[in-house]
Design a protein around this ligand. Sequence first.
Ligand code: NI
Length: 159
Amino acid sequence: MAIRNIRLEKDEILKKKSREVDVIDEKIQTLIDDMIETMYKNNGVGLSAVQVGILKRIVVIDVEDGEGARVLINPKIVKTKGEQEVDEGCLSFPNQYAKVVRPKEVTAEALNRDGKKIVIKAKDLLAQAICHELDHLEGITFVDIMIPGTLEYVEPNKK
Ligand code: NI
């Protein structure tokens, strides 16, 4: 496993659309392991493959709900319900936060890393994380959809 470099806000790749994964091979498994390690190393709750420079429809998410790192390959949101206004950040936009409106609940379908179809019924933070990461696969970042004027720069904690 290895930590991969996270592409930052000015990087044009973040605006590109990712492609479906058709074969979950060794290379994809390594990518997934690296994405999980990179997400944890940077204290993120989610990471998409495009953020490490790979235009494939893969996201990893861990909202610390006891489920560990969820792996979603070729994910789709099939149902949404309600709305929530939430603070959001992104590992590609260090120290920046803004308010966005997300669905309160989502149902998503994807393949797991074994290629098995999974259905995730999510609400609150998990619903937010799924929407955020799936946006990345379309080349959309949170600053594209934030409530205008809510972007804040927060100094990192000096420890
Ligand atoms: Ni992000």
